[in-house]
Design a protein around this ligand. Structure first.
Ligand SMILES: [Zn+2]
Length: 353
């Protein structure tokens, strides 16, 4: 025991626990001179509380991995336009039918409710008879990811999920029939998951597809209201692209770390995905210019990959629907730094004598 040892009060007998008889002695901390206002000996007084600084840029709600995912800002305005035009098309078709026209487009729109119901029933039945249904004993990792995604989005019912033979195609989709909802993942895309491969990317993709369901994209009434969409060249596809950005926001909220590899897989396939440069490809989004780039995107059902990657990387704003992304302005040039970086010395002698 040295004279600096503070574990016993100066006058305390050796080996006997201190009691409260010594003023200033704290039997819990074993220190004397404890002032709660200041802290233990050696501490400095803490400064008063000051709230954290406001971030320099307000984060767009729903685009971060936290909180609930956002709907793309263009989705509802475009949906309103397409639904209004579709209702007008239904009324026009009915009018033509009443005047005796039996044109195939007139019949298509008059019988649209029945055709859509029939098609959805067929799609659902195809998975029920040919698909490998995920369960606690069949593809349990995928099954768990679907459950987690549904819970993440606050869904009351967990959708069914199937793996179907992909034959080399990288694809997945979500649909429904009646009140039932389901997700289908092609086997070639599902293969990127699994413990030894890219489970994060598969969780992003499953989050994307479950997100289509959570956002109401596969509702019968919604699809009936969008029936004219495929006949509206730019507007229809733009609505579908907005929905894809919305689903990507869901995938990002579900497992943001899987977003790059999911995009790399869409770009290079299930074998080359890990050597596709995500940043290098996303960087090309503002660089590839021109009318044909614009029209290819405008007529696409999904945002073109470079723009989609850019949107998944720049989470400060919604993905671009019509115009290519623009990079942030370069930081102003302030000259060569006056102070050398840490570790450098201006007086270093390279050839000491
Ligand atoms: Zn999608």
């Amino acid at each position: 025991m040295t004279s600096d040892d503070q574990s016993q009060p100066p006058n305390a007998p050796q080996g006997i626990p201190a009691t409260g008889s010594h003023p200033g002695w704290n039997p819990v901390t074993g220190m004397s001179g404890w002032n709660p206002q200041v802290g233990p000996p050696g501490w400095v007084a803490q400064p008063g509380y000051s709230p954290p600084r406001i971030p320099p840029h307000q984060q767009t709600r729903g685009l971060s991995p936290f909180g609930m995912p956002a709907r793309h800002s263009w989705e509802i305005p475009l949906l309103v336009v397409v639904v209004v035009l579709t209702v007008l098309a239904y009324l026009f078709a009915l009018l033509l039918l009443l005047t005796g026209s039996l044109d195939q487009y007139v019949l298509l729109f008059v019988f649209a409710p029945m055709l859509l119901w029939f098609g959805r029933g067929m799609t659902y039945a195809t998975q029920r008879v040919n698909g490998v249904k995920m369960s606690p004993t069949q593809f349990p990792e995928g099954y768990r990811m679907v459950q987690e995604a549904a819970a993440r989005f606050g869904m009351q019912t967990v959708p069914d999920a199937y793996v179907v033979l992909g034959n080399g195609q990288i694809n997945a989709f979500a649909s429904g029939h009646g009140f039932r909802r389901f997700v289908v993942v092609y086997s070639d895309l599902f293969e990127i998951g699994g413990a030894a491969r890219q489970p994060e990317a598969l969780a992003f993709i499953i989050g994307h597809e479950v997100g289509h369901i959570a956002a109401g994209h596969v509702s019968y009434w919604r699809q009936l209201g969008m029936f004219l969409g495929p006949f509206l060249p730019i507007i229809g596809n733009s609505l579908i692209r907005a929905q894809e950005y919305t689903a990507d926001n869901h995938g990002y909220c579900n497992r943001h770390l899987g977003a790059p590899t999911a995009m790399q897989t869409l770009a290079g396939g299930k074998y080359l995905n890990t050597i596709v440069g995500f940043d290098e490809m996303a960087d090309r989004a503002p660089q590839e210019k021109g009318f044909f780039v614009w029209i290819v995107n405008a007529l696409s059902s999904h945002p073109v990959l470079t723009w989609r990657m850019w949107a998944l990387r720049d989470r400060s704003r919604h993905g671009r629907l019509f115009l290519r992304p623009t990079p942030p302005p370069p930081a102003p040039y302030t000259g060569y730094p006056q102070t050398p970086p840490v570790g450098y010395s201006t007086t270093t002698t390279y050839f000491p004598q």
